[in-house]
Write a protein of this length. Structure first.
Length: 135
């Protein structure tokens, strides 16, 4: 075999290994029902903050434990525990994406993504392109 053939084979093997690794490590968007069926599997859950239930964070007691409840797309409410500090302006978020896995009846989040309301969206929007409103 020529050296160019060996190099091409090595490049193909590395490319296939990268693709397989990426596919096997990727997590999926889901809901609490799916997460409960696969405990320990990392998933993304999109939901709204359940404002009727308490946010539990006491920096003096445990600065790395933040607990709250979210409602997923199917209306299921679950407690989420995030082992990190409470994000600033968490209460203002419209949507919350939690990344983690189910443990029992609780979702343990490794990371949080927040969608906060835009400060650029006004209640009134310009009716035509190019028009501006001034307050």
């Amino acid at each position: 075999m020529k050296t160019i053939h060996i190099i091409i084979i090595l490049v193909l093997v590395i490319a296939i290994a990268v693709v397989i690794t990426t596919i096997s490590d990727s997590s999926t968007y889901s809901d609490f029902g799916e997460a409960a069926k696969s405990p320990g599997k990392e998933m993304h859950i999109i939901g709204n903050l359940d404002r009727s239930k308490p946010l539990e964070y006491d920096a003096k007691k445990d600065a790395n434990r933040f607990s709250f409840y979210i409602i997923d797309a199917k209306g299921v409410v679950k407690q989420v525990i995030y082992h990190n500090a409470k994000p600033q302006d968490f209460e203002k978020s419209e949507k919350v994406v939690v990344v983690g896995s189910m443990q029992g009846d609780t979702f343990i989040a490794k990371s949080l993504l927040l969608k906060c309301p835009s400060k650029y969206n006004d209640k009134k929007s310009p009716s035509k392109f190019g028009e501006k409103e001034f307050n």
